[in-house]
Design a protein around this ligand. Structure first.
Ligand code: CTP
Ligand code: MG
Length: 180
C-alpha cells in the first residue's frame, strides 16, 4: 500500500524533522563560527548557534528513543510494521539533519546570501540529505533495511512540502523571522 510507505517514511524521518524546529525554539547565544569570516562574509552566520545545534540533536535523539519504546503499540495502532531505531540511527538522523542545515548556511554565505535569505531547493532538502547520508554511513544496516527505494522516494517528495508548511506555520505564530 502507498499509504504504508508514506507512514514508514514519516516515522523513520521524524527524528530528522524535529532538530531544525527545536533549534528555532532553543537557538541563540554563541554562533558556531565564533563570528569568523571567510572572503568577507561570515563562515556560517549568527543563525547557526551551538545551543540550537545541540538542542536539535538532543531533541531528535530523545524522540527516536521514545519512538522505539512505543514501536509495537504504534505499529498495531496504525496497522503498519514500523521500524525501531538503533542507537546509531537515533543519533545519526538528527546529527545529519543539523549538519546538513549548517552546510547549507556555509553555501549560502559563500554565494552572497545574507542570514535568512531563501535558497529554494537547498532550504527544503539540506537536512534530509544530511540525515540520509550520515545515517547511511554510520548505521548502514539499519539504513538499508528501512530506506527502500520506495521509502527514500517518498521522503524526497514529501519532505519539501512538510518543510514549507511547518515553516509557514512557525512564521505565522511568530517563531521564525521568515516563512522559509
Ligand atoms: N538556529 C540556531 N542554531 C542552529 C539552527 C538554527 O540557533 N544550528 C536558530 C537561529 O535563531 C535561526 C533560526 O533557528 O535564526 C532559524 O533557522 P534557519 O532558518 O536555519 O537560520 P537562518 O536565520 O535563516 O540563517 P541561514 O540563512 O544561515 O539559514
Ligand atoms: Mg532560514
Amino acid at each position: 500500500m502507498v499509504l504504508d510507505v508514506v507512514v514508514v517514511a514519516l516515522w523513520a524521518m521524524l527524528p530528522a524533522y524535529i532538530p531544525n524546529n527545536a533549534a528555532v525554539l532553543a537557538g541563540g547565544g554563541r554562533p558556531i563560527d565564533g563570528g569568523t569570516t571567510l572572503g568577507g562574509a561570515r563562515v556560517l552566520g549568527d543563525g547557526k548557534t551551538w545551543r540550537g545545534a545541540i538542542a536539535g540533536i538532543a531533541a531528535g535523539a530523545v524522540l527516536a528513543q521514545i519512538m522505539t519504546t512505543v514501536v509495537a503499540p504504534m505499529s498495531t495502532l496504525l496497522g503498519v510494521s514500523l521500524p525501531p531505531f538503533s542507537t546509531a540511527a537515533a543519533l545519526a538522523l538528527p546529527t545529519g539533519a543539523i549538519c546538513g542545515d549548517i552546510g547549507a548556511s556555509f553555501i549560502k554565505r559563500r554565494t552572497g546570501r545574507k542570514r535568512g535569505a531563501p535558497f529554494p531547493g537547498i532550504d527544503q532538502l539540506d537536512f534530509v540529505v544530511g540525515a540520509l547520508v550520515l545515517t547511511a554511513l554510520v548505521a548502514g544496516d539499519w539504513f538499508q533495511s528501512v530506506f527502500t527505494l520506495q521509502v527514500a522516494g517518498v521522503v524526497l517528495l514529501v519532505t519539501p512540502v512538510l518543510h514549507v508548511l511547518t515553516n509557514a506555520l512557525a512564521y505565522w505564530v511568530g517563531l521564525k523571522d521568515e516563512p522559509w
